[in-house]
Design a binder for this molecule. Structure first.
Ligand code: NAD
Length: 502
């Protein structure tokens, strides 16, 4: 960009104009834009898989399942369900609305900005875009510069498939993002680190722009003493070392009792060997760290740590072996900052209560994983902790379930998406009331007009007052109703039988 500020302003003006002209608003327009996006995904699947291999040495399995196919399926879901999603939602009508139609309209927000991160370079810009289009918005999309091959492919393909008067894709680093953030948007959807999330929220506040922040953090993985450790460890290892640990919902560290550590380590050793062979460096199923900056950052976290498995690294290849650390301390860097790499520290705590206190003393995680054969322990963690997402005896799979909202809380984010939730994120729920028989209802409406009298106040207050629900009474009425119904039914059957005998 020659003058980034001017270009950002022009892009915003162009997309705003398209929105004002209604180019994205109707059902037909939304479907058309979604079909264009779907075609871009379907016709370039291999190119995207190759680009992600260049960026992260992402194994084809991971690129296909959790990136390209995932995006394709979200797009199909939006196309299939859009008519239903767009329907005005009827609501119950309380006293104040009697005789009127009350419903919720999902309105597009306008022009939205989508800023992506590099670890899932395809999925992270595409998923929000699908929801933004489905909800009838125009959008500017900024993929991460840290995954340049995927960003460049997007840049090439976008104008070929998408209507660029409505959807602009721009590549670049923090300078470009800063220029974009100076403009006014109707919503900003950001995926990235908590520290940059704060910058985005501050920039948005200047224009009172609402934000969705999909951030990171440290996701704990608790292994209870009453648990099949082998199963728990297979799930933690496959999740942690997926994409070389660079997944926002990956388990960051394990919590278990000290006397369980040896067993956990030996199961981890077995699982790593099963997944990636004797030397994970030679495995085509094991990815790489994204760049030298992150390589150095991750290796620095190993300083002074007790390494039980792995620990090998090769800067030229950006390779860090699947690594397990024992006796991690709360104050160590590895237990303080989000690891976002293939290092798995084991932190010892003796009871579920201690673990809950520990989790609650830290920032709220994006996800919390608890493994136990005792469902009461799982419920205990679920009810006594706060996290964006929670899994009992499962790990990371929740991120692929479109009927579950994906998002954080507190420092791990605000808002959520996936499936219909993405459509909701980019829609305004407009409260609507329409009175089709306003001349008839006028008689009742007049009661609310001035002059007010004490009598009027008393009557209206009595009519509108909500009564507390008496659960015992309502149960009593339900049972009585059922008895009466059965009695009537008995009488009817008796009467019919009598008639037939005659
Ligand atoms: P990042 O915050 O460094 O970058 C994210 C985006 O912000 C990039 O597009 C980048 O260009 C832009 N950016 C960078 N510096 C900026 C600045 N000063 N001003 C404005 N914009 C700026 O994050 P990252 O390294 O790309 O991604 C890793 C982080 O993202 C991890 O913390 C991870 O947990 C988190 N993440 C979260 C989710 C989620 O869904 N919650 C998903 C993936 C990654």
């Amino acid at each position: 960009m020659a003058d980034i500020g001017v270009d950002a302003k022009m892009m915003v003006e162009k997309c705003r104009r398209a929105f004002d002209e209604g180019k994205t608003r109707s059902y037909e327009a939304r479907i058309q834009h979604l079909q264009n996006l779907l075609r871009m995904i379907a016709e370039n699947k291999k190119a995207f898989v190759d680009a992600m291999y260049k960026d992260l040495r992402k194994p084809e399995f991971e690129s296909v399942t959790f990136e390209v196919d995932f995006g394709y399926n979200e797009c199909i879901l939006a196309i299939n369900e859009l008519q239903q999603w767009m329907k005005p939602e009827k609501v119950a009508i309380p006293m104040a609305g009697v005789g009127k139609q009350c419903f919720i309209n999902r309105d597009p927000l306008g022009l939205v900005l989508i800023i992506g991160a590099w670890n899932y370079p395809f999925q992270l810009p595409i998923h929000p875009l699908i929801g933004a289009i489905a909800a009838g918005n125009t959008a500017i999309i900024k993929p991460s510069e840290v995954s340049p091959a995927t960003a460049q492919l997007f840049e090439e393909l976008f104008p070929k498939y998408m209507d660029t008067s409505c959807f602009q894709l721009v590549t670049g680093d923090a300078v470009v993002t800063t220029a974009l953030l100076e403009q006014r948007f109707d919503h900003i959807f950001f995926t990235g680190s908590t520290s940059i999330g704060k910058i985005v929220q501050m920039a948005a506040a200047k224009h009172l722009t609402p934000v969705t922040l999909e951030l990171g953090g440290k996701c704990p993985f608790y292994i209870d003493s009453n648990c099949d450790i082998d199963v728990a460890v297979h799930r933690v290892a496959s999740s942690k070392f997926y994409n070389a640990g660079q997944t926002c919902i990956a388990p960051d560290f394990i919590i278990c009792r000290k006397d369980q550590t040896d067993r956990v380590v030996s199961c981890l050793r077995k699982a790593v060997k099963e997944f990636f062979g004797e030397n994970p460096k030679n495995s085509r199923d094991y990815g790489r760290v994204v760049n030298a900056r992150h390589f150095k950052r991750i290796c620095a976290l190993l300083d002074g740590q007790e390494i039980e498995i792995g620990g090998e690294s090769d800067e030229d290849d950006l390779y860090i072996a699947p690594t397990v650390i024992i006796n991690a301390k709360d104050t160590d860097g590895i237990m303080q900052e989000e690891i976002f790499g293939p290092l798995l520290p084991i932190f010892n705590l003796e009871t579920p209560e201690e673990a809950i206190r520990f989790i609650n003393s830290r920032e709220k995680p994006l996800a919390l994983y608890v493994f136990s054969s005792n469902m009461r322990v799982i419920d205990q963690f679920r009810n006594q902790t706060s996290s964006g997402m929670f899994c009992g005896n499962e790990c990371m799979v929740q991120g692929g379930v479109e009927t579950l909202p994906f998002g954080g809380i507190g420092h791990s984010g605000t808002g959520n998406y996936h499936g219909k939730f993405t459509f909701e994120t980019f829609s305004h729920r407009k409260a609507c009331m329409v009175d089709p028989m306003y001349t008839v209802s006028e008689l009742a409406r007049r009661v609310f007009y001035a002059p007010y009298t004490d009598r009027k106040t008393a009557i209206i207050s009595w009519i509108l007052r909500k009564k507390p629900k008496n659960r015992t009474m309502s149960f009593f009425f339900q049972v009585t109703g059922l008895v009466v119904l059965l009695a009537v039914l008995y009488k009817v059957i008796h009467w019919v039988k009598g008639c037939m005998r005659k």
